[in-house]
Design a protein around this ligand. Structure first.
Ligand SMILES: Cc1cc2nc3c(=O)[nH]c(=O)nc-3n(C[C@H](O)[C@H](O)[C@H](O)COP(=O)(O)OP(=O)(O)OC[C@H]3O[C@@H](n4cnc5c(N)ncnc54)[C@H](O)[C@@H]3O)c2cc1C
Length: 397
């Protein structure tokens, strides 16, 4: 058999990109990941390396200076990067989502202004829906923008911004009262330019320090507080008030394929660590891999890795072919993140007591995997999306 998580039908360009990224991950990420993660240090050298490889512009069209690659290429790159260290994939994910939202919904001026600089990594994107009181229930957003002449004034608090301190362009979803009957029709997405860093970074805009997290360290996750922050109406994504919810959900949909890809990457790495350790560790006179209980664990883990990879690839290919993929992306995200948690847990058990030591990589993976059950919509929210899609498709006449 071939190694796990192979993808049939890739172009030569895709294969080349993946080979380059795999080498980068093996040489530049895996050897440094655990130390950087334990110190909660931002992986600046790794990020610089990704910039050099053009990864910030991977999906941005060539006319704007990017590589113009597909969602599938992006997802497979993310899978490799997360295999090395999930936090590094977090650095490019929100950037990718904001670039996607600009490509799909931005005005020509907005595309011209931001995409070329996003392709080089000079402009780095983050996106913000969540607030202290809400995450799943996006339509309940309280942060408000009120029009004042040609400008808007934003007040409110945002929560959980990945790359909130290291980005300089944030897509922020806020309430603008449009007088529409449904709450989600009254939301607008603003493109907030800001300096990187922490504290009051612009008049009326504060990014307090990094939130201390259980895992997913190195990459910054922050709050963002608006107090009378003034922004031009020209910064509304697509120039269209009231369309923010649909624009953000479109971004989150591709984000879900990306989270599924991250889950695949962590699960692949957990399997690699387990299958190696199981052949080295002996108990009762033989390698533990020769005890059937452990061999069967490996078989189940590998089957889960393979299934998750196939669903993730399917969801990405559907989107690339121009079809709606909300249900498939939800299914891929649900299955891949749940399997990732299970595979990581089994790899941890195979390591016995050493799995609990910070010297072993599996300890880090154990703290990273749970985030994937939450980010870009929890498993319960994925099941809501999937079941709604099923009831639409299988509606009785
Ligand atoms: C490290 C990290 C990084 C993040 N990065 C970002 C980011 O960059 N941008 C951003 O906008 N957000 C970000 N988030 C926020 C993330 O998207 C939310 O945490 C997530 O959507 C869940 O929302 P919540 O935490 O408010 O949980 P809640 O919505 O309060 O949910 C709590 C529990 O109730 C369940 N639940 C809620 N509603 C239902 C329902 N209708 N039916 C059944 N069960 C339900 C949930 O599944 C969950 O188990 C990040 C979060 C973390 C932890």
């Amino acid at each position: 058999m071939a190694k796990l998580a192979q993808t049939a039908g890739l172009t030569e360009v895709q294969q080349e990109i993946l080979a380059t990224v795999r080498t980068f991950v093996d040489k530049e990420i895996i050897p440094h990941a655990s130390a950087l993660e334990h110190e909660d240090t931002y992986p600046q050298d790794i990020v610089d390396g990704m910039k050099e490889m053009g990864l910030f512009g991977l999906t941005i069209p060539e006319e704007y200076g990017g590589l113009g690659e597909s969602l599938l290429t992006y997802a497979l790159v993310v899978e490799q990067i997360a295999r090395g260290w999930m936090s590094v994939s977090g650095v490019i994910n929100t950037h990718f989502i904001v670039a996607y939202m600009l490509m799909q919904h931005g005005t020509d001026e907005q595309k011209q202004k931001y995409l070329p600089k996003m392709a080089t990594g000079e402009v780095r994107g983050s996106f913000s829906m969540s607030e202290p009181d809400l995450g799943s229930d996006v339509a309940a957003i309280k942060t408000r923008a009120v029009q004042d002449g040609d400008d808007f004034v934003i007040d409110g608090a945002k929560m959980w911004l990945t790359n909130g301190g290291t980005s300089n362009l944030t897509a922020v979803l806020v309430r603008t009262d449009e007088g529409k009957p449904k709450p989600h029709q009254n939301l607008t997405c603003f493109l907030v330019e800001k300096p990187t860093g922490y504290g009051e970074v612009a008049p009326g805009l504060t990014v307090p320090g990094k939130i201390a997290k259980m895992g997913y360290k190195g990459v910054d996750t922050t709050e963002m507080v608006f107090k009378g922050f003034r922004i031009s109406g020209e910064q509304i994504l697509g120039g269209k008030r009231g369309g923010g919810f649909v624009q953000m959900m479109d971004g989150v949909e591709v984000g879900r394929v990306n989270v599924a890809a991250r889950a695949c990457g962590i699960a692949i790495r957990a399997f690699e660590l387990a299958v190696e350790y199981a052949q080295q560790r002996t108990t009762f006179g033989k390698p533990i891999a020769e005890h059937q209980a452990i061999a069967f664990k490996l078989a189940e883990m590998a089957t889960k890795v393979e299934a998750a990879h196939l669903m993730m690839v399917n969801a990405a290919r559907l989107k690339d072919s121009g079809q709606r993929n909300d249900v498939e992306a939800g299914m891929a995200k649900l299955l891949a993140s749940e399997y990732c948690a299970e595979v990581t847990q089994e790899a941890f058990r195979i390591h016995g007591g050493y799995g609990y030591s910070k010297e072993y990589e599996i300890e880090r993976l154990m703290r990273e995997a749970p985030f994937l059950l939450i980010g870009e919509g929890t498993s319960e929210i994925q099941k809501t999306i999937i079941s709604r899609g099923l009831l639409r498709e299988y509606k009785i006449r």
